[in-house]
Design a protein. Sequence first.
Length: 303
Amino acid sequence: MKVEILHSVTKDVLHTINDVSIYTTIEEIKAMYSQHKNIDPARQAYRKEPRGKFLDDSVTLRSLEFDSTAKLYFKDLGPQVGWKNVFLTEYTGPFVLYFLFYLRPSVIYGSEAHNAPTHLYVHIACGAYLFHYAKRVLETHFVHRFSNATMPLSNLFKNCSYYWGFTCFIAYYINHPLYTPALYGDLQVYCSLAAFLFCQAGNYSIHVALRDLRPAGTKERKIPMPTSNPLTLLFNFVSCPNYSYEMGSWFWFTIMTQSIAPGLFALLGTAQMTQWAIKKHKNYRREFKDYPQGRKAIIPFIV
């Protein structure tokens, strides 16, 4: 079989590969084109039609049902960065930035802030915030398995702006010398902290359960189900309980700190995670014919 690689916009033939097996995968085509054009396979994306869906690396030419000539439309995705590095950069930034506001208030608020008393609840908020992002960094190293190796480098700047910017916004108000403690005192703070930690544990439990669904080095997909860990029982009600727990974490952090800044972060995060959850929920139902019908996407019985 002959393979013609065409530009996805101009339709010009960029390269022709002769005598290719019908069992050749897209991943192997990327490697062949890389040898010719010296372009990283991670930057390459192929479609069967000029505006069709990008083809997965495991797809073979035979499954695409070409005749004697396979026409693949090429798109350069631009500079890429590994997903693991993306997560580490996104999550290390908030850890460092929040700590700066907490440890060096005189740098942010002026020299007089150094001598201002710091309320116990501010220390608790700092511990909770740093715990969350330390957890994320450790999960990136030891738990997560990424189905896609890379993402466009441009997205890294967008994601970091979101996480880092909101961290500065949140830290500024909570560590401010004029910070107002929770209205209902210890009851409000410690109950919210307990709920926050419960959601953090639940989020971690879901990530481990999702990791164990996919054997290392594979892209195998299964219906996520509860495990022996009771914190995974939320799978009985929603498709993306990791988002449910994450949403809960920031809700309780907002109640604990009684600050509008984390509330806005929680609101925007919930909106984004709801979109992701609905999309994943639809994909699960489309992919698995026996997918549990009673599940919602992210909020039990509602969404």
